[in-house]
Design a protein around this ligand. Structure first.
Ligand code: UDP
Ligand code: MG
Length: 169
């Protein structure tokens, strides 16, 4: 039998998912995969981060609305970002997400069950998941720093820097 690759994948519960209180449902569905969660956080998404995340779609007509959607301008200004790790993680997670278009997604998938298409034509499909290993690496490094992740799958280095940062008062 062919051995399945150990992979990591970025998952975002998008602002419509948070607004509709779907976090628990989505995490429960994802737990069916038996994959490990190795990082998670709630993020207030800047325009810069949204545009970088969807950089490959910048020429699409729906790009400006997609950016507003990810920034939370139509729902709540937050996204839950997670990294799932384990055997065949990318395909396992994508399968539970369902097709990009929520009307075409299998009704038992997350997008099929909870997604919708807006009158502007944006697919509010609740969840993002990486589609291949290159995309996963680019996306995980965009949303997380090495110390945010409890597993060392990408090489990192220590640098000494003096930058201002906020600490507890
Ligand atoms: N999207 C959209 N209309 C389209 C295609 C995509 O609104 O015709 C949105 C949708 O929210 C989707 C995101 O843009 O999740 C990223 O598109 P991609 O083709 O990468 O789909 P995904 O990888 O999320 O399934
Ligand atoms: Mg994609």
């Amino acid at each position: 039998m062919e051995k399945k690759a150990i992979q990591q994948t970025l998952v975002l519960i998008k602002p419509d998912g948070l607004k509709k209180s779907l976090t628990g449902n989505v995490l429960t569905r994802l737990s069916e995969t038996k994959l490990d969660i190795v990082a998670s956080k709630i993020v207030k998404v800047s325009r810069e981060l949204a545009e970088e995340h969807y950089a490959l779609l910048k020429d699409k007509p729906f790009f400006p609305d997609l950016i507003k959607y990810l920034m939370g301008e139509y729902h709540k200004k937050k996204v839950m970002a997670l990294v799932y790790w384990g055997e065949d993680a990318i395909d396992k997670v994508r399968k539970i997400c369902g097709a990009t278009n929520p009307e075409e997604a299998d009704s038992t998938s997350i997008r099929g069950a909870y997604g919708r298409i807006t009158t502007k034509g944006v697919y509010e499909n609740v969840i993002h998941a990486s589609t291949n290993m290159e995309e996963a690496e680019r996306e995980i490094k965009l949303w997380f720093q090495p110390d945010d992740i409890i597993s060392d799958f990408y090489s990192s280095k220590v640098v000494k820097e003096t930058v201002e940062r906020r600490v507890w008062a």
